[in-house]
Design a protein around this ligand. Structure first.
Ligand code: ATP
Ligand code: FE2
Length: 323
C-alpha cells in the first residue's frame, strides 16, 4: 500500500507519496510567493490551480498508479481557512474516488512524527519555528503538549515583515541569514520571554524603526530571537526531563539557530536533531506519514468529520499510537 499526503495549511501546497516503511517516493511543494504578505484567498486559488497538475506530477515522480494508493491523509489544521478548505476538498474527492480511507492530520504533530521517522530521536522536545507557528512541544501523558509558544506572530512572519520594511524579497529569512553573517555588531533589541512563552511584535517594531546598518540589524534580530527560542526550549527540556531536541519548520533551516540549539543541547548532555531540509518545511510527506501512523493505530476520519479546523490545537489530539 502507498499513502498520499496533502498539505495546505498556508502558502505551500504539498503532495507527498510514501510506502508503508516511510520511504518518500515523491514530495512535491508548490509555493505561492506573494510580493507582499500572504493573502489567504490568493494562496487558496494558487493551491486550487496547482492541485490537479501537481497530483499528476507526484504520481509520475513516484512511479505508481493512483489505484495503488491505500490511504489519503490531509492537513486538517491549524492554518488559513481558504487554503485548508481547498486542499481538504481535494483530499475528500480523492478518497471517495479511489474508495480508500481518509485521515485528517494535525499539521504541528506531523512536524514531530516526520522527525521521529527520519532522525534517530525517539521522544524529543520539538522546537517548531515556521512562518505562522512558533511552539515548543513535547509528549507527556498521552498528548503532545505545548510548553511554550509565541504570544503574537510566528518568528518567520516576523522575519518576513522585517524584510518587507527593508525591501528584502519574500521570504525574508534566508536573506536575513546571509546578511547576518556579515556582521557581529549586536544592537540592543527587546528580548521578550514571558515564562515559557515568547513574543516578537515589540522586537519587530524596534528593528523596523531602527536606522542602524541593515546587516547589523539582521545579525541582532537573529541573535536576540534565536536566544529567546533556545531559552524556552532549554526550559522545556528541564521541565520534561527529556534529552532530545527536534527542530522543525522553515526557520530551522537557519544555521545559526541550529548552532545555538546544538550548543545548548550539548551543554545539558542532550542531543539535537533535524530532518533533511525538505522535510523540515511544510510538505505532504510528513502529512502522509503521520496519517499512516494514525491509520495503523485504527484511526480514520469519516467525511462528516473532515471539516477543517483553523485553530486545531496540538494538544487536542489523543496520541493513541504512542501508548
Ligand atoms: P507554517 O504553515 O507551518 O507556519 P510556513 O507556511 O511558514 O509554515 P515554512 O516553509 O515552514 O512555511 O516556513 C517558511 C518560513 O521560514 C518563512 O517565514 C521564511 O522566511 C523562513 N525561513 C526559511 N529559510 C530560512 C532561513 N534560512 N533562516 C530564517 N528563516 C528562514
Ligand atoms: Fe509547518
Amino acid at each position: 500500500m502507498y499513502i498520499i499526503g496533502l498539505e495546505g495549511t498556508a502558502h505551500t501546497l504539498g503532495i507527498g507519496i510514501l510506502d508503508e516503511k516511510g520511504t518518500v517516493l515523491a514530495n512535491l511543494m508548490k509555493t505561492y510567493r506573494p510580493k507582499e504578505g500572504i493573502h489567504p484567498r490568493e494562496a487558496a486559488n494558487h493551491h486550487a490551480k496547482e492541485f490537479l497538475p501537481s497530483l499528476e506530477e507526484a504520481f509520475s515522480t513516484a512511479g505508481i498508479d493512483r489505484d495503488d494508493i491505500g490511504l489519503v491523509a490531509f492537513s486538517q489544521g491549524p492554518g488559513l481557512g481558504p487554503c485548508l478548505r481547498t486542499v481538504a476538498t481535494g483530499a475528500r474527492a480523492l478518497s471517495l474516488s479511489l474508495k480508500v480511507p481518509l485521515i485528517g492530520v494535525n499539521h504541528c504533530i506531523a512536524h514531530i512524527e516526520i522527525g521521529r521517522l527520519t532522525t534517530d530521536c525517539d521522544d524529543p522536545v520539538l522546537l517548531y519555528a515556521s512562518g505562522g507557528n512558533t511552539q515548543v512541544i513535547a509528549f507527556t501523558r498521552g498528548r503532545y503538549r505545548v510548553f511554550g509558544e509565541t504570544l503574537d506572530i510566528g518568528i518567520g512572519n516576523m522575519l518576513d515583515k522585517f524584510g518587507r520594511v527593508h525591501n528584502i524579497p519574500f521570504p525574508g529569512g534566508p536573506v536575513i541569514e546571509k546578511r547576518a553573517m556579515k556582521s557581529d555588531e549586536l544592537i540592543d533589541l527587546p528580548y521578550s520571554v514571558k515564562g515559557m512563552d515568547v513574543s516578537f511584535s515589540g522586537i519587530l517594531t524596534a528593528a523596523s524603526n531602527s536606522k542602524a546598518p541593515l546587516n547589523d540589524l539582521c545579525f541582532s534580530l537573529q541573535e536576540t530571537t534565536f536566544a529567546m527560542l533556545t531559552e524556552v526550549t532549554e526550559r522545556a527540556l528541564a521541565h520534561t526531563g527529556k534529552d532530545e531536541v527536534l527542530l522543525g519548520g522553515g526557520v530551522v533551516r537557519n544555521d545559526r539557530l541550529r548552532e545555538m540549539v546544538e550548543i545548548m543541547a550539548e551543554e545539558r548532555g542532550a542531543k539535537a536533531y533535524a530532518p533533511p531540509g525538505p522535510l523540515c518545511v511544510d510538505n505532504g510527506a510528513m502529512i502522509g506519514w503521520t496519517g499512516y501512523v494514525m491509520h495503523e493505530a485504527g484511526l480514520k476520519t469519516p467525511i462528516a468529520k473532515s471539516g477543517v479546523m483553523q485553530n486545531f490545537r496540538t494538544d487536542e489530539v489523543d496520541i493513541t499510537w504512542r501508548r
